[in-house]
Design a protein around this ligand. Structure first.
Ligand code: FES
Length: 116
């Protein structure tokens, strides 16, 4: 385990994790930032996309040790003031799917619950 100090969505975070842990799982399992999604886990689908210093990256392929002092932006950080259209649209789609099916599609497992 190693300690990492991170800047995510303009806030400071500190985590103590294995240096090889993908950023996706640091965000979801350790920091409870569930907006970044697990999809394929192989860098193909883009569900886990974050911005690192403004450039999009697949967080499932990025070990936490590679972040350094770079700034992370997740979907939660896009619309703190409500100006970005994507988070409200995503919420509307999720609510519509829930009304139509009774299932919550945005609930996802933790890393330890996924079989490779
Ligand atoms: S989960 Fe599919 S690209 Fe990362």
């Amino acid at each position: 385990m190693s300690k990492f100090n991170l800047v995510i969505n303009g806030s400071q975070f500190s985590v103590d994790v294995d240096p090889n842990t993908p950023v996706l799982w640091v965000l979801r399992d350790h920091l409870k930032l569930f907006g970044t999604k697990y999809g394929c886990g192989r860098g193909l689908c883009g569900a886990c996309t974050i911005h690192l210093n403004g450039s999009p990256l697949r967080s499932c392929q990025l070990p936490i040790s590679a972040v350094g002092k770079n700034v992370i932006t997740t979907i939660e950080g896009l619309s703190k003031t409500g100006e970005h259209p994507f988070p409200p649209v995503f919420a509307a789609v999720a609510n519509a799917l829930y009304k139509a099916t009774g299932k919550r599609f945005y609930q996802q497992p933790f890393q330890s619950q996924i079989k490779a």
